[in-house]
Design a binder for this molecule. Structure first.
Ligand code: FES
Ligand SMILES: [Fe+2]
Length: 397
């Protein structure tokens, strides 16, 4: 597979940064791509749930949420309740969370079952592969079960799903493209990483009263780093981010060729690498949005995910997880891991007041006259262009 990000033209600035030539030019100054109402309106939120979150692959959870066979975890994607289940074959499967009898959700809380998921209403029960196991008194007789044909038909409805890099993805569209194909270029770019060896270092939820798009845009905004996160490094180092477009409609972000967060700590207690990392990638950090809701960060010795879980127009939950190599589970790395996690959590905390103020600004008519600038904001503009195309926001411009 050709994974070189060749689809785009690139510009190199005087400081050596690579900037993609995206949708922005000086002519677009003062023109918004996504209208302000898309950050505040309930109708727009519902529309985006349908046109964005139900139209392709979305992050739906972490594999470590289901460590054991029989673990069942409900969640909601684009308003649709689904169940993540660790099956008897030790694989994660996803089903619509809806009993095949009267459509009741089977559980609203995580549960552990020994063999079957049982509906509380009339006690139909399902095996971990989704097949109907039993439906008591189905024929109104004591042992009356559905016929084999009826049983065959009445399994839980499967949702196409994929597990990669510790994450569970689902696809609620009518005609899903295989995940391996969709995310293929990123899987290939990171093929030196052994994701089977991920060890959870820390996990935290951030409950934010902001629109989901602002959280994504903030991570694609490399311009704010020296102003909001001065600890990331001297201005020259912090600004040294190359824009990277792996696939214009799906995988966009950037890379720090010489590393960023946590770099200063690398010399002592060097954490074990997450795979056979080539020399040129030992210092670099990749930051990508796997559209729409997985923000993934990779250095040679840690992997971070900030998964964006939109709840309403002005409410978003971020599920943040930091992973290291399983060899780093050794207690001698405890200090280095604690330092790393503190740095990463701190960076995210620093952004929160800015997100709230960005959200507040969306109530101003000024937000329809903002100026993403070609020198800095091409990646943000690309994200907004994908959103606008899917949700049909182009017509207001
Ligand atoms: S609704 Fe589930 S058994 Fe009747
Ligand atoms: Fe930030």
């Amino acid at each position: 597979m050709d994974t070189a990000p060749t689809q785009m033209n690139y510009a190199t600035t005087s400081t050596g940064n690579v900037i993609v030539e995206g949708p922005l030019s000086d002519d677009t100054l003062g023109r918004s791509i996504v209208p302000a109402r898309a950050y505040t309106g309930d109708e727009e939120f519902a529309h985006e749930q349908r046109t964005i979150f139900r139209s392709g692959w979305s992050w739906a959870g972490y594999a470590h949420w289901l460590p054991n066979v029989g673990d069942v975890r409900p969640t909601t994607i684009a308003g649709t309740p689904v169940l993540l289940v660790r099956s008897t074959e030790d694989e994660i499967k996803v089903f619509h969370n809806s009993c095949r009898h009267r459509g009741m959700v089977l559980t609203e809380e995580p549960i552990e079952v020994t063999q079957r998921i049982q509906c509380a209403y009339h006690c139909w029960s399902y095996n971990l592969d989704g097949s109907l196991a039993a439906a008591p008194y189905f024929t109104r007789e004591r042992r009356g079960q559905p016929s084999p044909e009826a049983k065959e038909r009445l399994h839980l409805l499967p949702v196409p799903s994929a597990v990669w890099a510790g994450m569970v993805f689902v696809n609620l569209s009518d005609d899903p493209r295989p995940f391996e194909e969709s995310a293929g270029p990123l899987i290939e770019r990171w093929s030196h990483i052994d994701f089977d060896r991920l060890h959870l270092a820390a996990e935290r939820e951030f409950d934010l009263q902001v629109n989901w798009k602002l959280t994504v845009e903030n991570f694609l905004d490399f311009y704010h780093l020296p102003f909001v996160h001065p600890q990331v490094g001297p201005v020259t180092a912090s600004l040294d981010v190359d824009d990277v477009v792996i696939e214009p409609s799906l995988i966009i972000g950037g890379t720090y060729p010489r590393g960023a967060v946590g770099k200063a700590k690398k010399t002592e207690d060097q954490l074990p690498y997450l795979g056979d990392v080539p020399e040129e990638k030992k210092e670099s950090q990749d930051i990508f949005c796997l559209f729409p809701n997985a923000l993934v960060f990779l250095e040679a010795d840690w992997f971070q995910v900030i998964a964006i879980d939109p709840r309403s127009a002005t409410h978003t939950v971020e599920h943040m997880a930091v992973f290291v190599d399983e060899a780093a589970a050794d207690p001698r790395y405890a200090g280095a891991i604690a330092d790393l996690v503190e740095v990463l959590f701190h960076v995210n905390e620093q952004d929160i007041p800015f997100l709230y103020k960005l959200q507040a600004g969306r109530n101003s008519i000024g937000s329809d006259h903002t100026s993403l600038v070609p020198q800095w904001d091409q990646i943000t503009a690309m994200f907004q262009t994908i959103v606008a195309a899917k949700a049909g926001y182009g017509s207001e411009r």
